[in-house]
Design a protein around this ligand. Sequence first.
Ligand code: ATP
Length: 215
Amino acid sequence: MAQAIVTEGLTRRFGDHIAVNQLDLTVEQGQVFGFLGPNGAGKTTMVRLLNGVLNANAGRATVLGFDVATQGTEIRKRTGVLTETPNLYEALTARENLLLFGDLYGVPESELPKRADSLLEELGLIERANERVGGYSKGMKQRLAIARALLHQPTLLFLDEPTSGLDPVAARMVTGLIQTLSHQEGRTVFLCTHNLTEAQRLCQRVGVIDQGVLR
Ligand code: ATP
């Protein structure tokens, strides 16, 4: 099976602190890979390194065959990232947010409204799609951020704590979506979590990171 992610000795320091320490990792295409670790372990730093938004101090990595050090733009065209905070435009409606971000991602104008509505439907937001996001609950914002990460149909998805703060029904909707993305659509998912039950249910493989070291 082809490798979606390969890292060799990947290292990132912040001052004297080593956030990611000589990390060797492979993730196969089509797999849901669980990246587990306590707060401050280095998970978010790893996601930033793998998307080429943060430079490594040592080591190397390829994502979908592209070098993170020099081909970040190519990588980001093909990856979707759900960060820990949604960072949506609160004065815009959910639909307007998706249309704006879809445009920035280069989704063709002829497809964008259809794709946005289908994601809003899939994530249970269609009935409130014309409301301003400022009035949304935390769970609704999280679901909208997931829709945004999927708009440009990425082959590799990075999900940083996707169910954190969601009620059980919303969490189940999100985990169901992750299973569909992987099993039916063949996408690779890099799932950062400290929820062991969620990792056990969703992941074919897990890596445990602690203080920047892969255990
Ligand atoms: P959490 O589950 O709490 O989000 P995490 O596993 O994602 O944690 P990181 O955010 O990657 O952890 O942080 C790893 C370490 O690197 C922490 O000690 C953090 O304080 C440090 N760190 C991360 N980003 C920076 C930065 N920009 N400047 C300085 N230190 C940073």
